[in-house]
Write a protein that binds this ligand. Sequence first.
Ligand SMILES: [Zn+2]
Length: 334
Amino acid sequence: MSEPGGHELYPWQQEVWARFAPVLRGERAGHALLLTGAPGIGKRHLAGVILRALLCEQPDTARLPCGQCRACAQVAAGSHPDHSRLEPPEPGKTIGIDAVREFCRRLYTTSQFAGGRVGLIDPADRLTVQAANSLLKALEEPPAGSRILLLTDRRDRVLPTIRSRCQIWRVDRPDPAGVASWLATMPAAVADAMPLARHAPLQALTLAESPVVTEQGALFEGLANLLAARRDPVSLVADWQKAEPGWVVDWLYRVVADLLKLTSGASEDTLVFRDRARELRRMAELLDGQALRRLPPTLTRTRRLLDASVDRQLTLESLAIAFLDCRRREKRAA
Ligand SMILES: [Zn+2]
């Protein structure tokens, strides 16, 4: 099952559902629920299931939406009269005050069915200050029976005035056992992408096609050759550019974390890239543990510079040189 139906859960979401479902329709769940957690773990899908469960006329014994009743069919078709969404006009844009007013107007219109109205705000961190202010009343005293679901990957970016009026429901990264059955149905590249995706399954699915995963062997080899002085930084950076620099920097973060573990004597079982332990150990032998500790802040700075769309080639070249500067002195002289 690559993608479950809108009324079904991903296999790793059973546990979180068991936690949420019993309170969902009861008094203990707030009127405004803020769903937070890492990107790529299926929060949006989960929010869709919650929304359907709230509107469904005959939820099953696990309190999941039936997928067959009139309400479920209307939500699936996007035509349920008691269901409204508030989203940015385009991905990445902000949600403005006019959109919020329209959303609230719909929320305060009398519900047509017994379930009450349900509104979804996605993502909640994109509301402008003005828009957020015009939403506060609805969050505090929503019309009877209505619920507002808010979603975010970045809880720290949701305005405090919004956050403090919501019940916060945290969705954790799934544990590997919960993801295993799903991974078994996926191409091998998805499993390969899991460490880089920090074990967020849907993020891994997106990354699986990316060169940073499909060319991962070549990226490891390039870095090893740089550290062994068999590759010059400029040509290596050309490879990084081809593999989407932002993801390369994320990949380098995990590689450096593994190298730090190896230089401080941690076991290979703790590595992100366990299956590349031998290559990583060869790299670690060339590196000075002390100097290596300076790399994570350098990577953070690089990430920021890339986001600010500076000269990518130059930024990445200085990063490659920072790696060279981490080599042990006696090896460098040799
Ligand atoms: Zn139903």
